[in-house]
Design a protein around this ligand. Structure first.
Ligand code: SAM
Length: 340
C-alpha cells in the first residue's frame, strides 16, 4: 500500500543534493560571486546518504536523482553511485549536472551503474555562456555531453532555462543540437525560486509562447499522451523530434508531484518552494534505525499538503522573491542548497 500525502500523492522520487557548491554562477540561480557554504562537518557522508535512502525506499521511493550545487564537485561520487545502484529498491538512478566536469567523469559514472544523465545547457554561444555563468566553460560542457554519449548514456536529456532577452533566440538551435546527438531537450520556465534574485515576470517565456514559437518554425506540435509524474510534458515535431517543457511557473504540476528533496546536510524538503524542512541528519547521527527513520518519513509525508508552485500563481511574485540578505542568513533557502 503506497504511502500517500493529504492530496493522495505517493512518495516515489527523491532528489539528493550531494553538495551545495557549484563551479558556475548562473544568473538565474547563483548570481552572486560569493556564497556561504554549508559547513563541511554538516554534510552527509555517503554512508549516511545510503542509510537515509534505505529509509526512503522502505517508504516507497524508487527513483533517486543526484543533484546540487554541482554534483560532480563531490569527491568520489562514483563510490556513492555504485552503492546506490546496488540497491534493488531503486528502479531509476539519475544525475543532473552542468556538464563542466563530465568529460573526465562520464565513463566512471557509467561503470558505477548510473542509469541516466541530464545536462543543463542554456546556450550554444560561448560568449553568452560566459555572460550567463561567469565562466568560459561552454567547450567543456559540450565535450562532457559528447563523453556521456560516448560512455553509453542513451536516454540523455538536456535542460534549458529559457529566459526572454537572454537565450530565447536559441530555441531552434538548441532543439537541432539535441536531436543531432540523439538527446531530448527540455525547456524549463524561469522560476522565482530562492537564488533567482533577478527574476522578473517579464523574463519568463511561458509554455504557451514556447509552443507557439516552435510551431511557427516547425509546423504542428503534437502533445505526447503518456501516464507519468515526470515534470516535463513531452511533444512531437513533424520531423519526429521529441522535446519536453517543464512549466513550473505558468502551469504547475503540484497535483502529480511525488518528489521531495534532501539537502547535502540532511534537511528533507517536501516542496521546492518550502521554506522549512525536517532535519533527518540529527536522528540519523543520534542512532535512529531504518525503521525509526521510516516511521518519521511516513508521518511527515502523510501530513504533506504543499502546493508551492500553484499557490504562487495567485501571488504578486515580484514580492515573493527572497531578498539577498535573507538568502545570506539561511543557505537552505538557496536553490543550489536544496537541489534543483
Ligand atoms: N549544477 C547542476 C546543473 O546545473 O544541472 C544541478 C543543480 S541545478 C540547481 C538544477 C537545475 O535547476 C538546472 O537545470 C538549472 O537550470 C535549474 N534552475 C536553477 N535555477 C532555476 C530557475 N530560477 N528557474 C528554473 N530552473 C532553474
Amino acid at each position: 500500500m503506497a504511502l500517500l500525502d493529504r492530496f493522495a500523492r505517493p512518495l516515489r522520487s527523491l532528489r539528493i543534493s550531494v553538495t551545495d557548491r557549484c563551479n558556475l554562477r548562473c544568473q538565474y540561480c547563483m548570481p552572486e560571486p560569493d556564497y556561504v557554504w554549508l559547513p563541511r562537518e554538516s554534510l552527509l557522508t555517503f554512508e549516511e546518504m545510503c542509510a537515509l535512502v534505505d529509509a526512503f525506499t522502505s517508504c516507497g521511493v524508487d527513483r533517486v536523482r543526484l543533484t546540487g550545487g554541482e554534483p560532480l564537485l563531490r569527491r568520489d561520487l562514483p563510490v556513492l553511485i555504485e552503492s546506490l545502484a546496488s540497491r534493488p529498491g531503486i528502479a531509476d538512478l539519475a544525475l543532473t549536472t552542468n556538464g563542466v566536469l563530465l568529460a573526465q567523469q562520464a565513463s566512471a559514472l557509467r561503470a558505477a551503474g548510473l542509469h541516466r544523465i541530464t545536462v543543463s545547457l542554456d546556450t550554444l554561444q560561448a560568449d553568452r555562456f560566459h555572460r550567463l555563468t561567469r565562466m568560459k566553460e561552454l567547450s567543456s560542457v559540450l565535450a562532457g555531453i559528447d563523453a556521456a554519449v560516448g560512455a553509453g548514456f542513451t536516454a540523455l536529456k538536456l535542460d534549458t532555462v529559457l529566459i526572454r532577452g537572454v537565450n530565447d533566440d536559441e530555441i531552434v538551435a538548441l532543439l537541432e543540437y539535441a536531436s543531432g546527438i540523439g538527446a531530448e531537450l527540455r525547456f524549463i520556465e524561469y522560476m522565482d525560486v530562492g537564488g533567482a534574485t533577478r527574476w522578473t515576470g517579464g523574463a519568463v517565456v511561458s509554455r504557451r509562447e514556447m509552443l507557439d514559437r516552435i510551431a511557427a518554425h516547425y509546423g504542428a506540435v503534437l502533445p505526447i499522451a503518456e501516464q507519468s509524474s515526470a515534470p516535463a510534458d513531452r511533444f512531437l515535431l513533424p520531423d519526429g523530434t521529441t522535446f519536453g517543457i517543464i512549466s513550473s511557473t505558468t502551469e504547475p504540476f503540484c497535483a502529480s508531484c511525488d518528489r521531495s528533496r534532501l539537502t547535502a546536510d540532511g534537511v528533507w524538503l517536501l516542496c521546492l518552494y518550502a521554506s522549512t524542512g525536517t532535519d533527518l541528519r540529527r536522528p540519523l547521527r543520534a542512532g535512529a534505525t531504518r525503521e525509526e527513520l521510516g516511521r518519521l518519513i511516513q508521518t511527515i509525508w502523510s501530513m504533506r499538503a504543499d502546493r508551492g508552485a500553484e499557490e504562487r500563481l495567485g501571488m504578486d511574485r515580484e514580492t515573493t522573491l527572497i531578498p539577498i540578505r535573507t538568502l545570506k542568513r539561511d543557505a537552505h533557502l538557496e536553490m543550489h542548497t536544496r537541489g534543483g
